[in-house]
Design a protein around this ligand. Structure first.
Ligand code: PHE
Length: 330
């Protein structure tokens, strides 16, 4: 009896325990053999013999059941330890999103002008000839139309080549004074290191009664705006030509990489061109039916700003959707 209990207790795994079970409880096992001895026991002792044997059987059964439960639990633990994943060992950084540098730059630009009470206007990407060219003092066959490599659609419409048509639409739908910006995508047939067929501009327009808006206002706001975007830079206004402004100027900032000393980025000039601007041409006001007003307008390329701010060399990389580039802006 004692040795049987020991055998159960000592079984180290379920397989061994099963062998022990057959040895004790099986048809040819120890208990069966003991019960078989009943026949030879004298009648008077039969009862006591059976009772003792039943108690032994009950004890062994209980011991066996307990042992089996323990070994099964151990086996499950062992299996889980082997196949399980230790989540506390995971060290990967969680992946978080970030704004695309063009969107982030555009938002910064918008913030500046919204704080000065400019409204934010939008226009269609597919434009008619009137809004994209004609009303902007670019009549048909005007040579300056070649300044923009236009995508023409079959029905005479175009993909807008700049955000300037939104100036026209905004003046058409409202009376002066006007104070608006218009961010959005524009399209030109061009593709190299610094040109993509789609890019983004922010247009600006301020119009008020004749004499109220002067070149000095334009100069002040662009200087202030460029310092807000690029920090402590010098700002230079260079005479230029746009059909829709007169006079027209292109605006440069002192090179943010060499501080004006001259380097590769600024082609040794010390200056970076960042904007086109000017006083709105009277012909533009005529086209929208505005009288006795004056105003300024400007337009800038958002990608150019983003590339300078983040020192991105190839414009095309902004549109390849490579997460390795985007991950740098998290
Ligand atoms: N529309 C011009 C361009 O795309 C930029 C500009 C806007 C210039 C407004 C002057 C005034 O190049």
């Amino acid at each position: 009896m004692e040795s049987l209990e020991e055998k159960i207790k000592q079984a180290g795994d379920l397989k061994t325990l099963e062998t022990v079970r057959i040895e004790i409880f099986g048809k040819k096992g120890v208990l069966a053999a003991e019960f078989a001895k009943m026949k030879e026991v004298p009648n008077a002792e039969k009862k006591a013999f059976a009772q003792k044997l039943n108690i032994t059987k009950a004890k062994l059964t209980e011991l066996f059941d307990t042992k089996k439960m323990m070994l099964e639990a151990e086996a499950i633990q062992e299996m889980m330890a082997k196949d399980g994943v230790d989540v506390s060992m995971y060290h990967g950084k969680p992946v978080s999103g970030a704004l695309h540098p063009v969107v982030e730059t555009m938002n910064r630009i918008i913030d500046y002008f919204v704080a000065l009470n400019f409204s934010v206007e939008e226009g269609p990407l597919v434009e008619d000839d009137f809004h994209n060219f004609e009303a902007l003092n670019l009549p048909k066959h005007h040579p300056a139309r070649d300044m923009q490599d236009t995508f023409y659609l079959n029905d005479g419409m175009v993909l807008r080549t700049h955000t300037s048509p939104v100036q026209i639409r905004t003046m058409q739908k409202s009376k002066p004074p006007v104070r608006m910006i218009s961010p959005g995508s524009v399209f030109r047939r061009d593709f190299d290191l610094t040109h993509t067929p789609m890019f983004h501009q922010v247009e600006g327009l301020m119009v008020d009664a004749s004499g109220k808006i002067s070149f000095a206002n334009l100069k002040w706001i662009l200087e202030d705006f460029l310092k807000y975007m690029f920090g402590d830079v010098k700002v230079r206004f260079r005479p230029s030509f746009f059909p829709f402004t007169e006079p027209s100027t292109e605006v440069d900032i002192s090179c943010i990489f060499c501080k004006g000393e001259g380097c590769r980025v600024c082609s040794k000039t010390g200056w970076l061109e960042v904007l086109g601007s000017g006083m709105v041409d009277p012909n533009v006001f005529k086209a929208v039916g505005y009288e006795d007003v004056s105003g300024y307008a400007f337009g800038l390329g958002v990608e150019r700003f983003a590339m300078l701010i983040h020192q991105i060399g190839d414009l095309r990389s902004l549109f390849e959707g490579d997460v390795r580039l985007l991950e740098q802006f998290r």
